[in-house]
Design a protein around this ligand. Structure first.
Ligand code: GLU
Length: 469
């Protein structure tokens, strides 16, 4: 059974670069009928926070990246790590290292001065003497001294590292807590992970981890190291390039599937197709076609993809995501039409839910004033007659549908021998408060007859006042 995992450290927000590797892992498992695991790597007690764990869980849930197992927490597994460290001691593959930080600094300085690469020189590897007083030792792994490690990376290709390049890795700190390279190997082994898909910032850890797998007698999983996401200036994507936290995209009114669509295309392609449904991503995704060089994050393209998904989505789906934004603007969703119908009407003109929500308010809230510019232009004395006539016609409609409303507008225009715009625009400003809205007949239908009539009355009063002034 194929098993992949996402293993974030809860030390900040859920970064979209991290989510891209989560997505690739998730897609790979889904595609091959395998399982996807979520594991919270929280052994760094100082930097891990509950807030960050919550952000990870909320982000994954918003994105719909569901997991078959987990979330597992590494802090719940200290006993198990200790067992494996004991196993390594038994096999003679672990040892205490008493080197002090000062000693290690000196060692590095000397190596640098001699033009060598700084690395731990193995000074306690075969130490049999008396433990120095007052020093809490770290535990190191005896990395093989000879031979080489071969990684057949599914994205990077074959990578070979000589064991001479690797020093003896710390597997437990002096306070006894295990380090990342150990815990990740123990977990991936215990959890039956077959494919490790992660950022290529971990590529230099992989040979050390492979040596550890071999030392404990575990099967080595397949690795795929995914290139980083860069900002437009070519440096690694970070806060100064804009939003990097997944939940910020939620707050900015993006659809989760649009963000996923954008992220899947970042470094992966399928012909020249840009827009993918989740099912298509699962069907077409393949690690072999993941690009081995970094990709650049581009908010404009993400926004364009969001627009396309907004156009495609089911009205109920849009409404579910739109609702909090409209409520946030102070609208009571019970005081107006079904939000799914509103979203369906507004979808062609909105790039995000923030935009859509701003256009949705007049369906739920009455306004006290018309937008100044639109009113100046369209609620002029010449508009009085068409508005009055429309009022009469709309008032007598007993079937309030966009078709009948359309007919009423047309009839009014014909009767007064005016173009549709001369009737439609004053009506638009009257019932929406501004000069921009979707088709006026459909808009009026959703606003409702009673509200439309009240608002036309308000517009007539506005014109009356203007005539006096
Ligand atoms: N916890 C590591 C990180 O957040 C990921 C480890 C891994 O995927 O192997 O960078």
């Amino acid at each position: 059974m194929i098993r992949t995992r996402f293993a974030p450290s809860p030390t900040g927000y859920l970064h979209i670069g991290g989510v891209r590797t989560a997505l690739f892992s998730w897609l790979y498992a889904k595609k091959l009928g395998g399982e996807f695991i979520l594991r919270i790597e929280d052994t760094d007690l100082e930097r891990s926070t509950q807030e960050s764990v919550n952000a990870i869980l909320e982000g994954m849930s918003w994105l719909g990246l569901d997991y078959d197992q987990g979330p597992f927490y590494q802090t719940h597994r200290f006993e198990r790590y200790k067992e494996v460290i004991d196993l390594l001691f038994e096999k003679g593959l672990a040892y205490y290292c008493y080197a002090t930080p000062e000693e290690l600094d000196e060692m590095r300085e000397a190596q640098k001065a001699a033009g060598e690469k700084p690395r731990y020189d193995g000074r306690y590897r075969n130490f049999n003497g008396e433990a120095p007083e007052g020093i809490k030792p770290v535990i190191r792994f005896k990395n093989p001294e000879e031979g080489e490690v071969v990684i057949n990376d599914q994205v990077k290709g074959k990578v070979v590292i000589a064991n001479k390049e690797l020093d003896d890795l710390i597997i437990a700190r002096s306070d006894g807590t295990p380090t990342y390279n150990l815990t990740v190997v123990v977990d991936d082994w215990d959890m039956g992970v077959t494919h490790v898909i992660r950022g290529d910032d971990h590529l230099n850890n992989t040979p050390r981890q492979i040596n550890l797998y071999e030392a404990i007698g575990a099967e080595v999983p397949k690795f795929s190291h995914i290139p980083m996401v860069l900002g437009e200036d070519g440096s690694r994507l970070s806060k100064r390039h804009g939003a990097v936290s997944v939940l910020q995209y939620k707050e900015q009114g993006f659809l989760p599937e649009a963000l996923l669509n954008y992220l899947v295309r970042l470094g992966w392609s399928y012909g020249d197709q840009e827009i993918f449904t989740i099912d298509q991503m699962i069907e077409f995704f393949d690690l072999d076609s993941v690009n081995s060089s970094p990709s650049t994050f581009n908010t404009e393209k993400l926004t364009w993809i969001n627009e396309q998904h907004i156009k495609m989505a089911k009205p109920e789906h849009l409404s579910r995501h739109l609702a909090p934004f409209v409520t946030e603007l102070g609208c009571d969703l019970n005081n107006g039409p079904d939000l799914a119908d509103v979203a369906d009407l507004l979808r062609d003109r909105a790039k995000t839910f923030i935009e859509m929500a701003n256009s949705a308010t007049y369906f739920y809230q009455d306004f006290e004033e018309f937008e100044a510019g639109a009113a100046k232009k369209h609620l002029r004395p010449v508009a009085e007659e068409p508005l009055q006539l429309l009022f009469n016609k709309l008032q007598s409609l007993d079937n309030w549908q966009s078709e009948t409303i359309h007919e009423a507008i047309q009839a009014a225009a014909e009767e007064l021998e005016l173009g549709m715009g001369k009737v439609g625009m004053p009506l638009r400003v009257a019932i929406t408060g501004g000069g921009q809205s979707p088709a006026i007949d459909a808009t009026a239908q959703l606003i409702g007859q009673k509200r439309c009539l009240e608002r036309i009355k308000m517009a007539l009063a506005f014109i009356e006042k203007r005539k006096e002034g």
